[in-house]
Design a binder for this molecule. Structure first.
Ligand SMILES: [Zn+2]
Length: 539
């Protein structure tokens, strides 16, 4: 009996030791998972953005009544903007246009110069936030000032503009910290102003159409091919297509969300100009990337990688060709864009792109080993039966009758070059477009009786009259396509907190199961040994 008691107590001590070891191992795993990425981040973002003496800009000018709108975890400061547009249009009426969009831009300048411009009364643009790895700088009170950053007054009326320090032609500026910081800011603003966290509302400057035919050639290009929209939406907590990965298997009349795997989506980009991230004193011009990780897939004119890029007759001209140049936007479908598939030919998807009828077709390369298209459920708009065409618009301005008696001059509803054609389903980006115009002089908001939808068309959104179309719901194809394992996964855990946290939970679960099994096995062995020992002593 004495031997038995000693062995029991030894076993209990071993159990305590094992439990302590398990607890210790768990703590080590948690610390490792939590600390290693943040250490990596701090290394990745240990960069000055070319800003040698930021303190000279940290002066709040006296006309401001800073109302800092920023999540508390970010390093935010108010640097009052003075650029001219804001001075002529300082007050957003309380009954003025609501925020509907958040526009992601890049500055094409380093931080010091950017802060200089926003404080210059002679500068003809204004925006709400500038951000880089040093933090976020708010320039205007959101509800008092209407900023001019979108190149389209309808979007200026409705959009908050965030300028990240970066370059359309230069990779490296968008670090993990920038994605997280911008996502935190966007999530905060979207919640506050009730803006949906989808690609119909959180948009790039490159998605904004010209105001009319004469402006289509001047559409902007930022944030450009190096902004990883997929990663950004992961950090927003709203991954594209609920995180579903691309598939090769498509058929005609389906819809595809473009979402290539950024790090493996290598594209040629030519004639890029940018400040080097690693050495911001160096300005690089006409740089050619043979194969750079990017967030878009080229849209070709034929199912052939050597064919010219798809045409956008509204954009192109002899001195503005559509090609692989960093700033040539129209030949690219970006992550988050939704397209209508007209035909499938082997590895190629024929899609409705920019332009009308056959000059609006484009081809996307979607091979089995590296697909870029994801099955997506979406609403679509098609011309009403009997209509041969319908106009598209760059601004969702009210019908003329809405101005009656207001003293505000009706704004032209000039159509764009693109027309809706029969037999095509246009994916809808936003069903709840507000038809309105805000007169900053009269401080009057005119709301239209007419209704618009926003659709994806080519590389940007355009507005269409709801009266011209019928809307269809397009669920995922049945049976649900099974793309199998992701043939092209990210080689690094860049899917943000959600997936990272799941991985951590998974690891802890596996560790716990191993410890439990090991413990039970040990107890069994000890008990067996005790029984044998007991039998030996009794016999
Ligand atoms: Zn911009």
């Amino acid at each position: 009996m004495k031997v038995f008691r000693i062995r029991n107590s030894l076993s209990a001590k071993r159990n305590i030791f094992a439990k302590a070891f398990a607890l210790f191992a768990t703590v080590i795993v948690i610390i490792a998972v939590a600390v290693i990425p943040s250490f990596a981040d701090s290394n990745a973002d240990d960069h000055e953005s070319g800003n040698k003496d930021l303190n000279q800009f940290l002066i709040t000018t006296p006309d401001s009544d800073p109302d800092l709108e920023c999540p508390s975890n970010l390093n935010c400061q108010f640097i009052a903007g003075q650029s001219s547009h804001s001075n002529t249009d300082r007050t957003r009426a309380s009954s003025g246009p609501q925020f509907k969009y958040i526009v992601i831009h890049d500055t094409e300048e380093k931080l010091a110069r950017t802060l200089d411009l926003i404080q210059s009364p002679d500068y003809g643009a204004s925006w709400n936030y500038t951000a880089d790895v040093s933090g976020v700088y708010q320039h205007f009170n959101l509800n008092d000032d209407l900023c001019y950053h979108a190149g389209n007054f309808y979007f200026n009326m409705h959009a908050i503009g965030i300028e990240n320090i970066g370059f359309v032609g230069g990779g490296g500026w968008y670090t993990d910290k920038i994605y997280k910081q911008t996502a935190d800011l966007v999530r905060y603003l979207a919640k506050k102003y009730n803006i949906p966290l989808d690609k119909g509302h959180i948009i790039g400057h490159e998605n904004i159409p010209g105001i009319d035919k004469s402006y289509t050639q001047n559409v902007h290009k930022d944030p450009g091919p190096f902004w990883d929209w997929n990663k950004f939406f992961e950090y927003l907590g709203e991954p594209f297509a609920n995180g579903k990965h691309p598939s090769h298997d498509f058929s005609a009349k389906q819809f595809a969300l473009i979402n290539p795997t950024f790090s493996k989506n290598l594209n040629t980009i030519t004639n890029a100009s940018f400040y080097e991230y690693s050495n911001p004193d160096i300005f690089v011009q006409n740089y050619n990337y043979a194969a750079a990780p990017t967030s878009f897939t080229y849209v070709y004119s034929q199912p052939n990688l050597n064919s010219p890029l798809a045409n956008d007759p509204a954009y192109t001209s002899p001195d503005r060709p559509i090609n692989t140049d960093a700033e040539s936007v129209p030949g690219r479908a970006y992550s988050g864009d939704i397209v209508y598939i007209k035909e499938v030919k082997g590895d190629w998807l024929k899609i409705q792109w920019a332009g009308n009828n056959s000059d609006g077709d484009g081809w996307i390369y979607n091979p089995k080993d590296k697909p870029v298209a994801v099955h997506i459920a979406t609403k679509s708009a098609a011309l009403k039966p009997g209509l041969k065409s319908a106009s598209t618009y760059g601004r969702a301005y009210p019908d003329d009758a809405a101005y009656s008696g207001t003293g505000v001059n009706p704004q032209p509803r000039s159509p764009l070059e693109y027309e809706l054609k029969p037999g095509i389903e246009y994916p809808i980006a936003d069903m709840n477009v507000v038809s309105d115009y805000y007169s900053s002089t009269d401080k009057k908001e005119i709301v239209g009786n007419n209704k618009y939808y926003a659709i994806y068309l080519g590389h940007h959104f355009v507005f269409i009259n709801a009266d011209d179309v019928i809307v269809k719901d397009n669920p995922l194809p049945k049976p649900a396509p099974n793309p199998g394992p992701n043939p092209n996964p990210e080689p690094y855990p860049d899917f943000g907190i959600n997936v990272g946290f799941l991985t951590l939970l998974d690891s802890l679960l596996v560790l716990a199961v191993i410890i439990i099994v090991w413990q039970r096995h040990r107890i069994k062995v000890v008990r067996l040994k005790q029984r044998i020992k007991k039998r030996i002593t009794t016999t």
